[in-house]
Design a protein around this ligand. Sequence first.
Ligand SMILES: [Zn+2]
Length: 101
Amino acid sequence: MGRRQTMMEKYKIQMKAYRKKRMKADSTPFSGAQESVYVMDSLNPEKRIKVMVKKTVTRNQRQVIECLACPECGADMTWDNNWEAFICTKHGKRAIYELAP
Ligand SMILES: [Zn+2]
């Protein structure tokens, strides 16, 4: 089958993945030391729901939200870069909560 990857090619692929990861990491929402934020259920975007910020981390000199409490079941929700939202998979069907202004 295909030719073997050279070291250089491997390096390039790794760097590309790394850059992608870094860029994506920057989409994590800024927290600003708030104790709670508003989110909206992607299935019911009219409703703003207040949720507790469980954990923040400082990344690239920004304080970002690492973990929110699910408004439905209270489980820890972490940021999902692909959805650009917090996802809870703990209470039945997957719930997607986007940050609300
Ligand atoms: Zn939940």
